[in-house]
Design a protein around this ligand. Structure first.
Ligand code: ADP
Ligand code: LRH
Length: 481
């Protein structure tokens, strides 16, 4: 059926956008109406997000969309980070960026306190020093936390500013470390571990639920007097996976943007020691699915290298052309080494890592980018093979979505490394997943399989066949010990 237009607000760690979409006679039609940069802001007390600036851009984007009269708005963003509100609804302090270093030591202490295995059985999350649980441990006793009435994850905070309604959308709530992986309710036990008053955790919402109309002032400013806000899969990765154009069940996915999130869609969590030791996470997807995946440092390594070299993002395609012509396997890194997490001189850190593993450091910019892309392809191989083994699944195709689907070298090397065909696209899978959940809530598309067929029919996808000997990649990995 054809549908009215919907507006997706998608905040990525490197850029935000407002995208309009409707289901028309030709399938899903989308149009980006506004895009704005995003990134960490360093203040004396650490790294933050400019959430007010982002909200301003969202209002601008919705105003630009208003001519098309979208009937509903959905918001998704990167996971984990949060703002605190007092009882009157004022924001208490600037939300921290997950790359801030204040959680580095406290995270380990929390894990030691609870026990890694016990913690994993409770929340199913891979260890990442920045999980919300650890951020709250670091904030324990701080003035904002003591004064807090409500904790809102970033999309929930935006929804609050749009509608005045507080709630916690479940796909994103599952990234906090405070959600029980089996009951899918807030875990009082986990809140207790970090001394958190669980009363500040709002009621859970599910993708597709109506949140409410825009506040009068927002309706006026955006020119959208009748639009409703709908809960979508507000974790960007959940929206992206919902829009993976898979036609069969035997697929793996890689959501590639600032991060690479590589794994499988499963009917439920895998909370075994094997899954924990392999550092897989279990996040909640739409329709009760589990995203069983590993976070890989991703194209952040390239973004931050460009920043170090003072090159604008528009220089990326020519650097990638150069990288494609460089010698293969000259050097690889463990993309997930924690030294790459914080902003700074990534090229120098990569060269250090190469020296420490007995490899000749890349000398040119193109060679350094080659090293990053090959290392990401290697990490993709390892994550997908290991997920398939742990979950006893056969994988026959890899869907690569997100900004990295523009990167032919990454797509081809991922096909080579995994030994599987890679189907690349859509680039804007997250916004598409956001829009389709809204369309579904309004009754214009059916279950997940139908959503995915619609994505496949509406997008030009590219297929990359594996070349060469996949096992060669294991020999390369052996250099990293
Ligand atoms: P996020 O949502 O995390 O901000 P995106 O999904 O928007 O990330 O992906 C951003 C990434 O997409 C960039 O870091 C860059 O590596 C890649 N990208 C964007 N445009 C191009 C391009 N023209 N060619 C190759 N890669 C690109
Ligand atoms: C990707 C993402 C990922 C999280 C990270 C913090 O944008 O949401 O799924 O782990 O950001």
């Amino acid at each position: 059926t054809t549908s009215p237009p919907f507006a997706a607000v998608d905040l990525g760690a490197s850029s935000g956008r407002v995208v309009l979409g409707r289901i028309g006679p030709e399938g899903l039609e989308t149009e980006e109406v506004h895009r704005f940069p995003n990134g960490p802001v360093r203040l004396p007390d650490g790294l933050h997000w400019n959430v007010l600036g982002l909200f301003q851009e969202i209002v601008t984007g919705l105003r630009l969309a208003s001519g098309h009269r979208p009937v509903s708005v959905g918001v998704d963003s990167w996971a984990i980070d949060y703002g605190l509100l007092d009882a009157a609804g004022s924001l208490l302090g600037e939300p921290y960026h997950y790359r801030d270093q204040r959680t580095r030591d406290v995270a380990r202490l929390v894990v030691e306190d609870v026990g890694a295995a016990a913690l994993y059985r409770l929340n199913g999350l891979q260890f990442q020093q920045f999980n919300t649980l650890f951020q709250l441990a670091a904030a324990r006793g701080s003035a904002p936390l003591r004064a807090a009435n409500t904790l809102l994850l970033i999309p929930d905070l935006v929804n609050y500013w749009l509608t005045g309604k507080r709630g916690a959308e479940i796909t994103n709530a599952s990234t906090t470390g405070l959600l029980d992986a089996l009951t899918l309710t807030w875990s009082l036990k986990l809140a207790d571990v970090v001394g958190l008053d669980a009363g500040i955790l709002p009621e859970l919402r599910h993708p597709g639920e109506r949140i409410g109309p825009l506040l009068p002032a927002v309706a006026e400013e955006t020119g959208l007097p009748r639009a409703e806000v709908t809960a979508v899969a507000s974790h960007d990765t959940a929206s992206a996976v919902a829009a993976v154009p898979a036609e069969t069940a035997d697929f793996a996915y890689i959501c590639t943007g600032t991060w690479s999130l590589a794994g499988l869609e499963l009917p439920g969590p895998v909370l075994t020691d094997h899954a924990r030791a392999a550092n897989f996470t279990n996040e909640v997807g739409i329709d009760g699915s589990t995203r069983f995946l590993r976070n890989i440092m991703g194209l952040w390594l390239v973004q931050e290298s460009l920043r170090t070299w003072r090159l604008p993002p528009s220089e990326l395609p020519s650097l990638l052309d150069g990288a494609a012509g460089c010698e293969p396997f000259a050097a690889v890194i463990d993309a997930n080494d924690p030294r790459f997490l914080t902003p700074g001189d990534i090229p120098e850190r990569i060269r250090d890592h190469c020296r420490q593993t007995g490899q000749r450091p890349p000398e040119t910019r193109a060679a350094l980018v080659r090293c990053i892309i090959e290392s990401l392809a290697l990490a993709h191989r390892q994550a997908i093979r290991s997920a398939a083994e742990i979950a006893h699944r056969d994988v026959r195709v890899v869907h690569l979505v997100g900004g990295g689907a523009r990167n032919e070298l990454l797509c081809q090397l991922t096909a080579d490394a995994t030994g599987l065909p890679v189907i690349a696209g859509p680039v804007e899978a997250t916004a598409v997943g956001n829009l389709l959940v809204q369309a579904r809530a309004a009754g214009h598309v059916g279950e997940l399989g139908e959503m995915r067929r619609l994505v496949a029919e509406s997008h030009q996808l590219r297929r990359f066949e594996p070349r060469g000997d996949g096992a060669r990649w294991d020999a390369v990995a052996a250099r990293l010990g």
